[in-house]
Design a protein around this ligand. Structure first.
Ligand code: PEP
Length: 255
């Protein structure tokens, strides 16, 4: 059975001091929980200290991005090797904010995923359609292309991955996908993984939902057959909200 995986994407929020205080609070709330996987993705500046705070707990640390080259003259970028050197566990790749504002492409994400594996990081690969793509019935085509191109020449038989389905129109907007919309997209993603790989692989991959997840809507989403967790932005900065969502996931997992 797939475990629920809940990840918090802090984005470009919190100073160093604020971030570490938030993480200490989350650690004391979440440390006893071991059945649900928990990943915290703070800004780069906090990662090393964050990793030390959660040392000896089941809480994992993820970066929000990495660069698509191994090393070299890429001013301002962070490599997977650097993330590995501070024992980072996960890396978010393909977030829609990077697709939209930084114009990053599936080909770049493919290179990043390969480098993540070379440095022992688990990618959380984000995919999702924009509102206009949904309204013009292109959702499946977009998701299929993002999967096929982003995962090109990647052997999921030997490498772990988490897929995050994040409809762009639901990120940071307060507009959450309905359970039917979310389950339909997740089922499509799982079927596509089956076509690209195999039924056995498709059944083991955790697929998170992301987009305005809050304690008020998380149970109805996490309860769906093809949803295996959530990638959470805004609500991950509120320790009470984030803890509540994780406890709801835990209850569902136990039931
Ligand atoms: C995200 O940043 O991936 C996200 C889903 O944000 P929010 O929960 O704020 O919509």
């Amino acid at each position: 059975m797939r475990k629920q995986i809940i990840a918090g994407n802090w984005k470009m929020n919190t100073t160093y001091k604020e971030g570490l205080e938030l993480l200490h609070t989350l650690k004391s709330n979440l440390e006893p929980i071991t059945e649900t996987e928990i990943v915290i993705c703070p800004p780069f500046t906090h990662l090393d200290a964050a990793k030390n705070i959660v040392n000896n707990t089941e809480i994992k640390i993820g970066a929000q991005n990495c660069y698509e080259e191994e090393s070299g003259a890429y001013t301002g970028e962070i490599s997977c090797k650097m993330l590995q050197s501070i024992h980072c566990d996960y890396v978010i790749i393909g977030h829609s904010e990077r697709r939209t504002y930084l114009r990053e492409t599936n080909a770049q994400f493919n290179k990043k995923i390969k480098l993540a594996y070379a440095h022992n990081l688990i990618p959380i690969y984000c995919i999702g359609e924009t509102l206009s793509e949904r309204e013009t019935n292109q959702t499946y085509t977009v998701l299929e292309t993002q999967l096929r191109e982003g995962l090109s020449e990647i052997a999921l038989e030997t490498n772990p991955i988490v897929i995050a389905y994040e409809p762009v129109w639901a990120i940071g907007t307060g507009k959450v996908a309905t359970p039917d919309q979310a389950q339909d997209a997740h089922q499509f993603i799982r079927n596509t993984l089956k076509t690209l790989y195999s039924e056995a692989i498709a059944q083991t991959i955790q697929i998170q939902y992301g987009g305005s997840v809050k304690p008020e809507n998380s149970t109805s989403l996490l309860n769906l057959p093809d949803i295996d967790g959530a990638l959470i932005g805004g609500a991950s900065l509120d320790p009470l909200a984030f803890t509540t969502i994780i406890k709801e996931a835990l209850t569902l997992q136990r039931s």
